[in-house]
Design a binder for this molecule. Sequence first.
Ligand code: ZN
Length: 221
Amino acid sequence: MRKHSKEYLQNLTPYQGYELLVDGNKRFINNLKADHDHLEMINETREGQHPFAVILSCMDSRTSVELIFDQGLGDLFSIRVAGNVVNGDIIASMEYAIKYVGSKVLMVLGHTECGAIKSAKEGVQDGHITDLLRRIQPSITKALLNDDKRYLFHDKVAYANVENSLEEILIRSEIVKSMFEKGQIGVVGGVYNVENGQVDFFKNLTRKDRGKVGMSAVLNK
Ligand SMILES: [Zn+2]
């Protein structure tokens, strides 16, 4: 089946979507990128788009999701903002992706050495930056209380910040919550390591069997 088709996306499970991201990152760190023929990709996607995942990541120039998951045109909805924080417009974009286009995976991707997190820790205040950094503060507090040994990388605030964004999306969006609980979409949290290109998929809330997933899995309760 053609990858960029409605049928392909309808038949893809959330877990298979998650595996596409995992495999893509493996290719990326092993320098084995798939053959992305640009003209062919333009041809394949000219009729419309059927991206299998929507990913919120930081604006950091090293964390371009198409590159680090080895994907091409039409594969991913990419939403980027400093510190991968959430607002209403971002949630609306995600709702559109999963409900109206059919994307199967909703991911928040943080990264190590994040400038926004560093600035929040330093208490930087300037222009509109102040307001954005204020929304990262709860992650700094949360990281102090978290001693999760499963994390691959040492940047605890980056992990807490991804968790907080995921929680906010699930709490504020009835559409995301309902589709997630019905097993129609998977929810994934990851942290990208700028030193070696690896993504730690530390939170994978996708089910192989299309079964239900409880909100508690996201809220850590
Ligand atoms: Zn960043």
